[in-house]
Design a protein around this ligand. Structure first.
Ligand code: ZN
Length: 338
């Protein structure tokens, strides 16, 4: 199956990508946040940089028409590491802690600003902005969301595990309240593959209090065993709450790799509701997480992204369901008009 033939026939929108500002930003992501590289795990250097030029090259080579950048800052790591440097004296310590939080909050806003400006300058990109309720505090967090959404951001990206909290932490209730009231989607990272990660079940209390919250779950739950664990938890929430959606990043390649049977995935998607599932790749993190042979000089890896598109093109869906998942659902739920 030629991917370009497929993407010419159906509009494909990638609901879930990550883009970095520079090589240095990606090196930080790879070595510091993902803890990879020589003497850790994986190749010494990432197989993809994921800067704007590579994102545009990926889209051009695949025919993906639009991509949504989920911007986030690993601010929880900054804050935890920074706390080791605080002085003993309690007054000095409190002052230095406040300064540290302020500096990190500024870092979050600067990355968000860069991502918004990049999206505004590239008509085939949009963005969700990152927040950290612990470092920013409620007022600054809500002000940041208000500012960026007003100027064109399409939603909010969470990284609560990095912040050291779970989705049932009451410090998040003002955030949920604001997002529900303004119909702003929140990308919710959940997975079963690392200890301490937020699970879909941690969102059930929030959804009980905010049943119209537009939560988009990354990787439709990402259970260890397809359909079980966090996959089943996500399905339960999706069946109970009509505004709960999910994206297929990291899951579609599992079909090509033989870990998920195509029929079983289609049956699962129909139980969720094929009107609430989005195509997503997780480019460029997906490639860093599954590195293959080193790309040739000047090129970058996009094999996982291609696998995902091949699965999207060939799953035994009706053509209507396929077009919904490929792009129409994203347009309906997130909107792209400016
Ligand atoms: Zn991601």
């Amino acid at each position: 199956m030629d991917i370009l033939d497929f993407t010419r026939s159906v509009e494909v929108i990638d609901a879930h990508i990550h883009m970095q500002r520079s090589v240095a930003h990606t090196q930080e992501l790879y070595h510091y946040f993902l803890y990879r590289g020589a003497a850790r795990s994986g190749p010494a250097n990432p197989p993809v940089i994921g800067t704007l030029d590579q994102v545009q090259a990926m889209m051009e080579r695949t025919g993906v028409r639009h991509a949504n950048v989920l911007m986030f800052t690993w601010s929880g790591m900054y804050y935890r590491d920074g706390q080791f440097t605080l002085p003993d004296d309690p007054v000095d310590r409190a002052r230095a802690d406040a300064e540290l939080r302020q500096r990190i909050a500024r870092r979050i806003c600067d990355y968000n600003e860069w991502s918004l400006q990049t999206a505004l300058q590239n008509r085939n990109l949009s963005c969700f902005v990152g927040i950290d309720p612990v470092v920013m505090g409620e007022r600054a967090m809500l002000a940041e969301i208000e500012d960026k959404i007003r100027r064109g951001a399409k939603g909010v990206k969470s990284q609560f595990t990095d912040c050291g909290i779970l989705a049932n932490d009451r410090r998040l209730w003002p955030l949920y309240d604001y997002l529900q009231a303004h119909e702003i989607p929140l990308q919710m990272v959940c997975a079963e593959w690392a200890p301490g990660l937020n699970r879909p079940s941690h969102c059930s209390e929030a959804l009980a209090d905010f049943p119209k919250l537009r939560l988009i779950f990354s990787h439709i739950g990402h259970g260890h065993h397809f359909g079980q664990g966090t996959d089943a938890e996500f399905l339960e929430l999706a069946q109970k709450y009509p505004y709960v959606c999910g994206d297929l990043s990291l899951r579609l390649p599992e079909v090509i790799d033989g870990q998920i049977a195509p029929d079983a995935l289609v049956a699962h998607l129909r139980r969720i509701g094929t009107d609430r599932v989005f195509y997503g790749s997780n480019f460029s993190l997906n490639e860093m997480l599954r590195p293959g042979p080193a790309p040739s000089e000047g090129d970058f890896q996009m094999s996982e992204t291609l696998k995902g598109l091949a699965a999207l093109a060939t799953l035994p869906l009706t053509e209507d369901e396929r077009a919904d998942i490929a792009g129409r659902n994203f347009r309906r739920w997130v909107g792209l008009g400016r």
